[in-house]
Design a protein around this ligand. Structure first.
Ligand SMILES: C[S@@+](CC[C@H](N)C(=O)[O-])C[C@H]1O[C@@H](n2cnc3c(N)ncnc32)[C@H](O)[C@@H]1O
Length: 248
């Protein structure tokens, strides 16, 4: 089991945007030994630039409202996985005492650190990934996954980690795009997944995330399924938004 992360590596100045990109990921301490999480596989600088450019349009087309719904009423200590450029941060209610925001991609993490500075609640951005969370069992009141379970390499593994760090009476809040119910569109999603994933930082449009959440030991207590177009050039995509608790 890891203890809390300590320290951040020396920053490099990114000439393109003038943002500070950490040269080294956050150091972790594992049973007294210094351990660096291996984040090389999560670096997608081209996708990160695209996501930063497009996320404004997506927020205006409805994503901001879905973030509000996802985070409404949260209290206590919260873990957000795959925080990206920190777009959720302004949406946290002030009843949240602390957000630990895990983000493995260097460029997006640097942007998240900037967003954390103006968040309405204390946010600490950490270099780590969902498959090996550097936190104790049962240590968070809520765990947040928005638009990230499409991208984790192994959904079951990541969800099992989220379940591990969640308190027994805690909540998983999710907002994710998922595979279509329409058999023809589903085939299209299946066909485009390899190319989509390459361009989209590992994103899989064909995942049945609802089933994955249940299979990882969660009971879904509230779920809304709906379609919308986060970007003008995209067709409408099925999304799920809801709450889940640890199954007994
Ligand atoms: C499409 S972006 C969404 C960002 C943010 N969650 C949001 O709602 O805007 C997907 C994010 O998931 C991150 N990611 C991918 N694999 C991950 C993993 N195994 N653990 C944590 N984050 C991961 C990516 O680096 C990226 O920031």
């Amino acid at each position: 089991m890891y203890d809390m992360p300590i320290g951040v590596g020396q920053d490099l100045l990114d000439a393109d945007l003038g943002i500070a990109v950490p040269a080294q990921p956050t150091q972790l301490v594992k049973r007294g030994m210094s351990v660096m999480p291996d984040l090389a596989a999560f670096q997608h600088p081209r996708f990160a630039r695209t996501w930063e450019k497009l996320s404004g349009e997506s927020e205006r087309r409805g994503t901001a409202e879905h973030r509000d719904r996802t985070l409404a009423g949260l209290t206590g200590r919260v873990l957000e996985v795959g925080a990206g450029n920190g777009t959720n941060f302004p949406h946290y209610p002030t009843t949240v005492t602390e957000v630990i925001a895990v983000e493995p991609e260097d460029r997006l993490r640097a942007l998240a650190e900037q967003a954390a500075a103006t968040a309405p609640v204390p946010v600490r951005v950490v270099a780590a990934h969902a498959d090996e969370l550097p936190y104790e069992d049962n240590s968070f009141d809520a765990v947040i996954a928005t638009l990230v379970l499409c991208s984790v390499p192994d959904q079951h593994h990541a969800l099992t980690e989220l379940r591990r760090v969640l308190k027994s009476d805690g909540e998983l809040r999710f907002f994710e795009h998922v595979r279509s119910d329409n058999p023809i569109y589903r085939l299209v999603q299946q066909a485009i997944t390899p190319v989509w994933s390459l361009a989209g930082g590992g994103c899989h449009p064909n995942r049945d995330t609802t089933t994955a959440i249940s299979n990882a030991g969660f009971e879904i207590t509230d779920i809304d399924r709906f379609a919308y177009r986060p970007l003008k050039f995209m067709p409408a995509q099925a999304h799920i938004l809801g709450h889940a608790h640890k199954s007994p």
